[in-house]
Design a binder for this molecule. Sequence first.
Ligand code: URA
Length: 232
Amino acid sequence: MPDLRLDQLLSQFGYCSRREAAAWTKNGRVCRGGQALLRPDQRVAPEEVLIDGAPVEFPHRLLVLLHKPLGFACSHDPAESPLIYDLLPTRWARRHPAPFSIGRLDRDTSGLLLITDDGPLCHRLTSPRHEVEKTYHVTVATPFPPGLADCFSSGTLLLRGEAKPCLPARLDITSAHTARLFLREGKYHQVRRMFASQGCPVTALHRQAVGALTLDDLPPGAWREVSPDQLG
Ligand code: URA
């Protein structure tokens, strides 16, 4: 990250507006090497400064894993509240660029969701060529129809309104009403539509993993930092 003017740094990382930066520096809230930085036009490396005694959050790229609870929308539109962004620090919404989710989960789907401010990383993770595997835990109300796993793995299942069939997907049936589905793409409502197309509606859906990343003990609504190398 190149050096930035302090007022630009404070506004870019969501601490305050450029206009407010003069008061922040004057009040000694920004330091480097134990010295207060008093001029808002001074250029600094974001990773070298402390703001109110703490390092700049995610000075290079923001990438976190959120355990999305049921009932939250993957949207920036307040009309759709509650939003997944309500679960993240409010300062992040003022960052430029603001963080966004890599793909979406339905309001009534829970589980692992990645949040970033890195457009190229998002593109890499969602492009059909590089698409990483996503693991869903699926609950259904009716018994699984015979041949469902073969149907999903065939690469010929064409969902209504789609031009191309679903890519081959693995289905592991784990009990009379539960299964794990492994997908390498992300069409709109894909899991629910795949099961519904075979007369077997989904009653609960939870994403357990994206690539090598899992939720581990992270409780619903909580988030933790991850490194892109952990995506496997
Ligand atoms: N497929 C769905 O149907 N819903 C989700 O939230 C994710 C995948």
